[in-house]
Each structure stands twice: as C-alpha cells, then as structure tokens.
Design a binder for this molecule. Structure first.
Ligand code: SF4
Length: 379
C-alpha cells in the first residue's frame, strides 16, 4: 500500500476540507469553472454553498466533458450476487452478520450461477458484476475464481465486488478472465470508518484502501471506487474520493478508473443515516467531480429512483446498472426467497432503461464499454 496515498489523504484533514468549502467565494467558483484543467483545490469551490448558484453552467461543462471523453454512450451492466453470507458487521448493511435478518443465506452452486448468467445473457447483457459478502471461509478465492470462470462463458466482461484480496489473488482471477474490480471505501474518514465497521477484516482501513491499487498492479483493467454517501459529510468523502481517483489514474495508468455514488437510502432498522444527502447535493457532487475528473467513468446504480437517474444521464453518467436484483439467485433460481443486500428504487427492466437512454439521444452499450480505452493503452 502506497505511503503516498496515505500521506495525501492525511494532508487534508476534514476540517481543512470543510473550511475551504465554507470560505469559497463566487469568484473562486467562476475561476474554477473557467479553467481548462482543475485541481483538488478547485473542487473545494465547486462543492461550496456559493457554487449552488452556478449549477447550470457546471452542468453544461460536465456534459461537454463527458461527451468529449465518452461520446454519447452509456454502458449497461447487471450485478449478480453469488453469495449473501457475510462475517462482517457493517451497521448500514442488510447482509451484516449481526443485522438479525432471518431470510435465507447461501452460496449459489456452479449450476445455479450458470442459470443466473443465462437469465442475464438473455436480456442482452455482456457485462456483469459478481458480488459476495465478506466471507473468505464460506466464499473463498477458489469459489470466486470458479464464479469468474463460469461467468466468462456468458459475458465478455466480468468484474467482481468482493472482500479485499492480495495482489496474487487478483492475478489469479485475471488469469480466469476477470477484467474489473469494484471496491468502495464506504467512507475515507478513519474515525467514521471504525464506527460503522464493527467486525471482520474490513475493519482494516489501510488493507481495504490499498486493495484497488493491488488489483490494478495485478492487471485488472477496470478499477471502480466509491464512497457510501450518507455516512459523513458528502463534501468530505467526495473530496477524498477525487484524491483517490486522481492517484489511481496516475499509478495504475493501464487501467480505466471509474467512480460510483452509492447513496444510503434504505438501511437496517438499527441504523440511522447520519448525514442524509439530498438530490440537489448529489447532483452538485457529480457535477463537481466530473469537472475535476473528466476521464473517469461514472457509475449510477438502481439504488436511485428512476426520475433522478433519468435526469443524471446527460450530466456525466457513463455506466448504469439496470434490471438489478441484490439477492443471490434473484434472476432465475430463487426469486425473492433469499436475503437481499438493499432495496432498489429503479425497478424498470433493462429494455425500458435502454429506451430511456435512447430517448435522451444516447446509445445504450451492452458490451465492453472500455474497449476503446483498452485499445489505446495496448496499441
Ligand atoms: S457491506 Fe459488505 S462486508 Fe459489510 S456487511 Fe455488507 S456485505 Fe458484509
């Protein structure tokens, strides 16, 4: 794990970020908007209360940059939960070991993984994200590798969102055909991090922080990071997220880096969202990040409601999940019998979402949306 990233994050304590945000003036917002290339300091202005008066020009600039770097395409993918067994205790999550949820917990068998893959492939998907909880004993590396191997028979593009792994583990999964890894830091604020992660290896902040970089060095071509919005002030985690993405773009330059904006909306009974993020704040966050990270992919999941998702399409989104189930076997094998991780807001079918994307003048892309990037780095 690079000391450089730790030092960079440490050089921006949350008070410094919030102070910079509060002090920013409209002139500084306009100066940030007028620049060709922006720095993290510009982000403070773009996150500020003053910038609320400039959301329209920020939206225009975000749209321009997104079209310049990604054209008019939106990649579609679906999550496929291999397992809902988890030994960690993240207080905001329905899979947490102490969440008291009584619905079924299981690993899909290889035959069931095939059945789920067939159901998704029949919708036209060519890109899938395989997920497990943090259960290295119940869902060990061998099991994940088998899942990747099977999924590759159906999809040209297979990514995972599982617990943090070692460099050699990622290398092994790449040999099975893995091309993407998603790991959300959830929150970059160490104190909040320790407060919401009560049990399991995930409590090791630095091991988790370094995982995505290990994946990149091991040859994973698509790296996706994110902060779980609502755990702390959105401007604090948004700022750290940008620092992390900029760092990865530099040290893992052979990989495409993307960011996600999972927002806490539905949480288990025992937990209350400490810093609820409004739609307007979510929009400001995305626009500001697009202005500082013009080349990063932006993922938007079905956690968000259809109306907001549709409005965000032209403002910087490059990938969307669609027709999602957040439980193992949810597409074909078990219906709604198994425990889900969280409720989704956008229940429209993949075909309906593709239609909405087309209606806004964009092309839904079912295939490997980073092909152009891959050609550029290997060519
Ligand atoms: S967030 Fe992940 S590691 Fe934490 S309880 Fe949920 S599934 Fe387990």
């Amino acid at each position: 794990m690079s000391e450089e990233l730790i030092q960079t994050l440490a050089s921006w304590p949350r008070e410094r970020i919030l102070d910079g945000v509060q002090r920013a003036t409209l002139d500084e917002v306009d100066a940030a908007l007028a620049k060709e290339e922006r720095t993290p300091r510009d982000l403070l202005a773009l996150f500020s209360p003053a910038a609320v008066a400039r959301l329209e020009p920020m939206a225009r600039e975000a749209q321009r940059l997104t079209r310049q770097h990604f054209g008019r395409t939106i990649g579609l993918y679906a999550p496929l939960y291999l397992s809902n067994i988890c030994g960690a205790d993240c207080v905001y999550c329905g899979y947490a070991v102490r969440s008291r949820n009584r619905e079924r917990r299981l690993n899909l068998t290889p035959e069931q993984i095939r059945r789920e893959c067939e159901a998704l492939a029949a919708h036209g998907y060519q890109s899938v994200l395989l997920l497990t909880g943090e259960a290295p004993k119940a869902a060990p590396l061998d099991y994940i590798a088998e899942g990747v191997r099977i999924a590759r028979e159906y999809f040209p593009s297979v990514a995972i969102e599982v617990y943090s792994l070692d460099y050699d583990d990622y290398k092994r999964l790449c040999a099975q055909g893995l091309d993407g890894v998603t790991i959300y830091m959830e929150t970059y604020d160490r104190e909040v991090y320790q407060r919401v992660h009560l049990l399991g290896d995930k409590r090791d902040y630095e091991y988790r922080l370094g995982a995505i970089e290990r994946a990149g060095h091991a040859g994973v071509r698509r790296l996706s990071i994110g902060a779980l919005l609502g755990l702390t002030d959105w401007r604090v985690d948004g700022f750290y997220l940008a620092l992390h993405a900029l760092y990865l773009q530099r040290v893992c330059w052979k990989s495409a880096v993307s960011v996600s904006f999972p927002r806490l909306l539905h949480v288990p009974e025992r937990f209350q969202v400490p810093e609820m993020v409004s739609d307007r704040e979510m929009v400001q966050l995305m626009l500001a990040l697009r202005l500082v990270l013009p080349e990063a992919g932006f993922n938007l999941s079905t956690r968000e409601a259809p109306g907001l998702r549709d409005r965000l399409i032209p403002l910087g989104v490059t990938m969307m999940s669609a027709g999602s189930s957040t439980r193992p076997g949810g597409y074909q094998t078990y219906g709604d019998e198994t425990l889900e991780q969280f409720a989704i807001e956008d229940n429209r079918s993949p075909a309906e979402i593709a239609e909405v994307i087309r209606a806004q003048g964009y092309d839904p892309v079912w295939k490997d949306f980073d092909q152009a990037f891959d050609r550029a780095v290997s060519g």
